[in-house]
Structure formats: C-alpha cells, structure tokens
Design a protein around this ligand. Structure first.
Ligand SMILES: NC(=O)C1=CN([C@@H]2O[C@H](COP(=O)(O)OP(=O)(O)OC[C@H]3O[C@@H](n4cnc5c(N)ncnc54)[C@H](OP(=O)(O)O)[C@@H]3O)[C@@H](O)[C@H]2O)C=CC1
Ligand SMILES: N[C@@H](CC(=O)OP(=O)(O)O)C(=O)O
Length: 368
C-alpha cells in the first residue's frame, strides 16, 4: 500500500474547507495534517473554530487538530486552498513561492495566462502551463485552479459535443444553490420563497472560464474556444446543486441520438484509477422531469454532471438541462481530482522539503 501524502487545507473552516475535510477523510492517497484559517480561528481546536455544517460527522482527529496560522512555514508541500478570492490573491502566491503545490478553488488566478484552469476529463493537457510559472522555476511551487461551480457542470456537458460536432454559440441560464454563497451566505429573508437574479461577477466568470476550459493548448498557452456565450445567473432557494438551462449552436449537424451517444461515450479518465473520478462523468437521464437537484446531485458521488431534457431549440440547434453538485464537483471534489491527476502525472510533489524558497518579495509579481 502506498504511503499517503500529507496535505494541508487553507480556509479549512469555510463551506468548501469543510467539504475538503469530508472528502479527504478516507482518501487513499492524501492525509490531512494541517488546517489553516483566519486569525479568528488560529490556535483553536478545529471543532471549536468551525461551525460544522455537513451531514456527516466531523472526524475526531480533525476536531482535535489545532488550526494553524495561514503561513507557509510548517505547512505541508501540498495545499488545497479554499479562500475568498481577495485573500487568495495575496496568500496563494506566498505558498507557491515557498515551494508548495497550491491546488486552488478560488477565482483569483483562474484567468491568469500562466495558471492552468483544469477539469481533468476536459483539459488535463493544459497542465504543462505550470512550467511557465516563475514560482515553479524558482522553488518548484505552483498554482493550479479548478473552475467556478457553474462552469464545471456546463463544461462537462459541452466537451463531448464540442469534440464531435464543434460549438459556435452557447446560451445558459443558471439556477444556483444557496450553499454557493458560503456560510451564512444569502439572508433567509432574501431567498425563502424567492429568486434573486444577480450573483456578483458570476456571469463574467461563467463566460470567460468556459471558453478557456474548452480552449486549445498550443504548446505555450491556451487559445480560448472561439464561440459566443451569453449567461444569466440566478440564486434559487435550493440547498445544494446548480441547475442550468442551455441552448447550443453546433458547427456540424447532430441528431439527438448522436448527442446522447457523445455523452455516454465520454470517459477520458477510464483506466487511470483516480479515486475521485466518476466512472461516467456525464450521465444522461431520459425521464421528462429530470435532472432535479435533490434527486440527481449525488450521482457519481457528487462528481458527475447530469444532463436531461434534450430537445430541439428554435433559436439555436439543441437545448438541454444540466445539474452538478456545486460544493463537491463544483469545488472541493474538483480540486481533489486535480491533485489526483497531478499525482498520476508525477507533478504533485513540487520538490523535496529542501527546496529553496523563491527570493522574490512580491510573489504575485513573480507570476507576471
Ligand atoms: N461555496 C461554494 O459552492 C463554492 C465556493 N467557491 C470558492 O471557494 C472559496 C471559499 O468559499 P467558501 O468556503 O464558500 O467561503 P467561506 O466564507 O465559507 O470560508 C472562507 C474561509 O477562508 C478563511 N479566511 C478568511 N479570511 C482569511 C484570512 N485573512 N486568512 C486565512 N484564512 C481566511 C475563513 O476562516 P475563518 O473561519 O477563520 O474566518 C474560512 O476558512 C471562495 O473563493 C469561493 O468563491 C468555489 C466554488 C463553489
Ligand atoms: N459564486 C458561486 C460560488 C463561487 O464561489 O464561485 P467562484 O469559485 O467562482 O468564486 C455561487 O454563488 O454559487
């Protein structure tokens, strides 16, 4: 049996941090040995610092672990980061500069030209971008990101179609769960019995990240997919699971059967034996009233994207509905799968502990 690698979680007390703890509890490759959060939590036992909000018990060893200050000294070399974007912008480069592999869930560096934005089933071939990062050259450390929670479900559904038929235009309207806003998130008086047709920066992220993810690695950089994309993002009173209504215009004609076949055949990680990879990343359901968040979000242990309601579109070619779990596939599970593919590629260990930390005093500038 292989020895499990020691990993740390930055932002461990938050909603996504908690998912990391839950999903890593019995992970065969990774063992959580370090937890960090803000000064409010640092020095306290995790069980006291965090308001555990998940429906599985907080593991005992984690409850008793002291929350560390969020600094790279004494942190393990593999870090899962679940920080607010503003804090991530300062902190993730400091960890990368100190020689850590930062597997980030935040939006801070997703669109940086030298930072891979990756869904392993879709664009693992973008990972060589890490070699362009100054931190990598100086200390072995790097940042790899996973996408926005709405982009992940959408892109998983689009990739098999883009590969076979090409996509020229996409229209998407989301219905996003409240857990996406963290805790305490949206006030109950705003969301109960209501829909809020605005999520700050979400439409911009969904549009630009989708095109980068479906883009082509040219050996030095990623050329984004040249398609038109228009997004509407809405918050709905659902606990977990982002649903999206999608219309697409194809480059080449496709029948309903051909589209379903493209989704069913899509298994690019088959044979890789990555512990978190779902056997069927895109599940097509034929029932006329599916997918639904409560019934379908846990397909593939929360890592599959469920597609249904495929029918002709009178504006574009086809329309369908897609659903994915926003804090599993859309956040912590996505980052863990990124770490697994990096491990498989022999890239997860950024170097031994003796790696010399980067000399730069400004790690953000070191990326430029
Ligand atoms: N919720 C979701 O569905 C998704 C969230 N994301 C992204 O993941 C990230 C985390 O989201 P979420 O878990 O919801 O956020 P939360 O607000 O629930 O958690 C934030 C975490 O960051 C910590 N933190 C805050 N300030 C600092 C600081 N100065 N130094 C160190 N740690 C700090 C908090 O610690 P403390 O408890 O001590 O304050 C807490 O652990 C965000 O970038 C978010 O956009 C991405 C996809 C989906
Ligand atoms: N904004 C998303 C969750 C999120 O935090 O996204 P991002 O990782 O892009 O910041 C939502 O509200 O559902």
């Amino acid at each position: 049996m292989r020895q499990r690698r020691k990993v740390g979680i930055l932002g461990a007390t938050g909603m996504v941090g908690q998912r990391f703890i839950q999903l890593l509890e019995n992970h065969p490759w990774f063992e959580v040995t370090w937890l960090a959060a803000s000064d409010r939590s640092s020095g306290k036992p995790y069980g006291e610092a965090a308001k555990w909000k998940l429906d599985t018990p907080l593991p005992h060893n984690i409850a008793n672990m002291l929350v560390s200050p969020a600094i790279p000294q004494a942190a393990p070399k593999i870090i899962f980061a679940a920080l607010d974007a503003d804090i991530a912008r300062e902190m993730e480069p400091a960890f990368a500069a100190a020689g850590c592999a930062v597997i980030s869930n935040s939006s801070a560096f997703r669109m940086h030209p030298d930072v891979p934005l990756v869904i392993p089933e879709v664009n693992a071939d973008h990972l060589p971008l890490i070699e362009e990062q100054q931190w990598r050259k100086a200390s072995g450390g790097y940042i790899v990101t996973n996408p926005n929670c709405s982009a992940i479900g959408l892109v998983l559904a689009l990739k098999p179609i883009a590969e076979r038929f090409g996509i020229e235009a996409i229209f998407v309207s989301t219905m996003q769960a409240v857990s996406g806003a963290g805790y305490p998130g949206v006030a109950s008086l705003d969301i109960l019995g209501n829909v809020v047709p605005f999520i700050k920066n979400e439409e911009e992220k969904l549009q630009e990240e989708t095109l980068k993810l479906l883009g082509r690695w040219n050996g030095r950089a990623v050329d984004p997919l040249a398609a038109k994309l228009s997004a509407h993002c809405n918050r709905v009173p659902v606990e977990d699971g982002h649903m999206e209504c999608v219309s697409i215009k194809l480059s080449k004609k496709a029948s309903r059967e051909e589209l379903i076949e493209a989704w069913r055949d899509f298994s690019p990680l088959a044979g890789q034996a990555l512990p978190s990879a779902p056997a069927q990343p895109v599940e097509f359901v034929s029932a006329e009233d599916r997918p639904q968040p409560r019934l379908d979000r846990m397909r593939g242990n929360g890592m599959a994207s469920t597609v249904g309601r495929l029918r002709p579109c009178s504006l574009f070619d086809w329309k369908f509905t897609v659903l994915s779990h926003n804090t599993i596939r859309g956040a912590a599970g996505a980052a863990i799968l990124n770490a697994e593919i990096l491990e498989k590629l022999g890239k997860l260990d950024p170097g031994s502990d003796s790696v010399v930390a980067a000399k730069s005093n400004d790690p953000v500038a070191a990326l430029a």
